[in-house]
Design a protein. Structure first.
Length: 192
């Protein structure tokens, strides 16, 4: 009984730490995100016609336009998945609070799973944080370089940013899955 209460208390503290850490990290990274939202990553909002005019005559124009389209599409996917992740996180917090109000104990298996999920989310968060400055900032750094002389640099940067976007999408999918698994555990207790 006492061990289980300690585990539940630790899970509560860990969850609180994650939420506070997530909030702090999100606020620290929000200035970059808000910058990109304000500019809508200015470079991703260029009209195709403007880009075609800027790079007219380049043999790499088709590749550039394809990469540009992929970046815009992936950006929108990431924004949607980020919103889904936030909704999942809030749902888990609410389910956890509802669980606490029931004054019931988690099974050892469920407690272990929640602990594992928390640690997995920390790993995902750290991996995601390690990619900061490797995507949107690199696009912002291209500002003023959109001319035919720099098309090779732009294409290389786009390819590298797409790789980071793909990695971020995988991380967001993993985090959403972990939150949903935790939500199901809490809901199993609150719907008994």
């Amino acid at each position: 009984m006492k061990k289980m209460m300690i585990v539940i208390g630790l899970l509560g503290l860990v969850t609180l730490g994650f939420v506070v850490g997530r909030y702090t990290t999100r606020n620290q990274g929000m200035s970059e995100y808000e910058l990109t939202e304000v500019q809508h990553v200015e470079l991703l909002s260029y009209e195709v016609q403007d880009l075609e005019d800027s790079f007219e005559g380049s043999e790499d124009l088709a590749l550039f336009l394809e990469l540009h389209g992929l970046l815009v599409e992936k950006h929108h996917i990431l924004v949607e998945k980020h919103q889904t992740l936030q909704a999942s996180r809030i749902a888990v917090q609410e389910a956890r609070l509802a669980f606490k109000e029931l004054h019931v104990r988690l099974s050892v298996q469920d407690g272990t799973t929640l602990w594992k999920n928390y640690n997995e989310l920390l790993d995902i968060k750290n991996t995601f944080t390690a990619t900061q400055g490797q995507a949107y900032q690199r696009l912002v750094d291209l500002k003023g370089q959109y001319n035919i002389e720099n098309i090779a640099l732009i294409i290389q940067t786009y390819q590298e940013v797409l790789a980071v976007f793909n990695q971020r999408e995988i991380l967001l999918d993993q985090a959403i899955q972990v939150f949903n698994e935790s939500l199901i555990i809490y809901q199993n207790y609150t719907h008994m």
